[in-house]
Ligand binder design. Structure first.
Ligand code: GLN
Length: 225
């Protein structure tokens, strides 16, 4: 176990908490972006801005191989096309290590297709079924807001942000069920569009396209030194 991982344990008591804060300020965070398909460079740029906004020293790396998951403090799975990303996950042997990484408590954020892959159930699968990772107790329906031309934008009230965030929805999935452990952080017409279950964060919109790093900063806030 690396020293970085070992330090996750000592969170109780005020002295420990102070030490943890100092470590957080001194340490260098490494955040990965799954780079198989989709909005990879946009997420890398948004995470870099969020690191600066949050005054966290760190770097953002692109992940295509299981070895590149090692020593990450967090992983972001971009939107794109879930059928393609799922195929590539299996092709590069990334499915099991990502499940294990999330199981060990490391935060994972998924946007749109990434959120579909985080889910435990994809409803009404067509001729090209996608096997999700099952990291979050939610049921999703792909493309349920309509086709590409029916993509939309709207201001969102997001728990943890003090003003509205510009939400961009592109062939977004609907989250049709959330489990008892899942918290809803933002809604559109009573539909959940941002959900969290412990260390897993799922969004059906594209924060990387809004030129506003606050959602990525919220994710960085979930990372532990
Ligand atoms: N509709 C896509 C899918 O099912 C997701 C779209 C997106 O990520 N913008 O994978």
């Amino acid at each position: 176990m690396s020293p970085r991982r070992a330090s996750r344990k000592s969170t109780s008591g005020s002295i420990d908490a102070n030490i943890l804060t100092l470590k957080f300020m001194a340490m260098h965070m490494k955040v990965g972006v799954l780079a198989l398909q989709g909005d990879v460079s946009e997420h890398v740029a948004a995470l870099k801005s969020a690191l600066i906004q949050s005054s966290i020293k760190g770097c953002v790396v692109q992940v295509r191989r299981p070895s590149e998951l090692e020593c990450l403090e967090g992983l972001l799975m971009p939107g794109g096309e879930s059928t393609t990303i799922a195929k590539q996950l299996d092709r590069f042997g990334l499915r099991k290590p990502i499940i294990e990484m999330a199981g060990s408590g490391i935060p994972v954020m998924g946007t749109c297709a990434g959120c579909i892959l985080l889910s435990s159930e994809i409803l009404d699968q067509g001729i090209r079924p996608v096997e999700p990772l099952g990291l979050m107790d939610i049921s999703v329906r792909r493309n349920a807001w309509g086709r590409q031309v029916e993509s939309f934008e709207m201001p969102l009230k997001i728990q943890g942000l003090d003003s509205e965030f510009h939400g961009i929805f592109i062939r977004a999935p609907r989250i049709e069920r959330i489990g008892a452990e899942v918290e809803s952080l933002a809604q559109v017409e009573k539909e959940h569009v941002m959900v969290r279950q412990k260390n897993i964060l799922g969004l059906t919109f594209h924060p990387e396209l809004s030129h506003d790093p606050r959602v990525h900063a919220l994710f960085l806030g979930m990372l532990k030194p």
